[in-house]
Design a binder for this molecule. Structure first.
Ligand code: SAM
Length: 277
């Protein structure tokens, strides 16, 4: 049973550590390879950018940060941090889960790349004000209890004119309404036992063990409000798979599919700039 209403912020953070210690981010794509080997990391990387989210390299623009000091919050196994480092950014990877930090550091060693790593909490960043040119966080801040506080921390550690690039789950999406609410909540009757946040927690992240991490999803307007301290903020919508649109997914013309993905995909990508003064 979840009983999530009775849990404190620290309990949820412990659930995050449990979840991502048991199931390192993306590692399911590397089943069968020796953990920590080059083949293991390559399998995670290929799956991410070729199968799971082919839009990522174009939308994130990893090579736009050459020569910049970039912090990634919630670096997981370091897949995206590696792209920034390869493209010439000076990178720091931070994560709440010690195992994530260990794996990400090992990955950089395997690739012969430089990076700094540390264990830390998005809600209380252990860096002085104005430490970074860019802060990146993908699929992380919707798992932390005080997401707004984490966004303020990002603003604080950015230098004037610095850029935040953050992915949060999107509530007005086909994944949320079709997959979570309709399929699991209504048709499978889970709404009789769980609230929607608990249903997300049960189904959104892959879990070989039942850790039930906190999962939240935001509307475009809620995300925009959370970034109110920033001088500018642009939000794009991404991440829809044809299999989510079964039985018609394979038949949809590409333009219609893209239109659906850009309106009702599962990921909000927020690009916000701190005032340069
Ligand atoms: C879904 S994984 C995403 C990892 C990586 N960004 C990626 O896309 O592969 C979530 C990661 O965020 C970390 N995390 C969760 N809450 C956090 C917090 N409050 N501060 C820092 N990291 C956190 C978890 O430990 C986990 O490694």
């Amino acid at each position: 049973m979840n009983n999530s209403a009775a849990l404190s912020g620290d309990d949820f953070k412990q659930r995050s550590r449990d979840q991502w210690s048991a199931n390192p981010c993306g590692a399911i794509a590397a089943d069968g390879f020796e953990p920590g080997s080059r083949e293991y990391f390559d399998a995670i990387e290929n799956y991410r950018y070729e199968v799971y989210a082919p839009w990522m390299k174009r939308v994130i623009g990893f090579d736009g940060f050459r020569g910049k000091d970039l912090l990634e919050i919630g670096c997981g196994t370091g897949t995206d941090l590696l792209q920034f480092a390869r493209a010439g950014a000076r990178v720091t990877g931070l994560d709440l889960t010690p195992r994530s930090v260990e794996i990400a550091a090992r990955r950089f060693e395997v690739h012969g790349l430089e990076g700094k790593f540390g264990i830390g909490d998005a809600e209380n960043l252990a860096f002085p004000d104005a430490s970074f040119d860019a802060v990146y966080s993908f699929g992380v801040l919707h798992h932390t209890p005080e997401t707004g506080r984490a966004v303020s921390e990002i603003h604080r550690v950015l230098r004037p004119g610095g850029q935040a690039l953050v992915m949060l789950y999107h509530r007005q999406s086909l994944h949320y309404w079709g997959g979570l609410v309709l399929k699991h909540g209504v048709l499978r009757g889970e709404l009789l036992r769980y609230n929607l946040r608990e249903i997300m927690s049960r189904h959104v992240e892959y879990g070989a063990v039942e850790t039930l991490p906190l999962v939240k999803a935001y509307t475009w307007a809620e995300a925009r409000r959370m970034f109110h301290e920033f001088a500018s903020c642009e939000i794009s919508v991404n991440q829809l798979t044809r299999s989510e649109l079964r039985p018609f997914g394979r038949l949809l013309p590409e333009r219609l599919f893209q239109w659906l993905a850009e309106g009702f995909g599962w990921n909000l990508v927020i690009r916000a700039a701190k005032s340069s003064r």
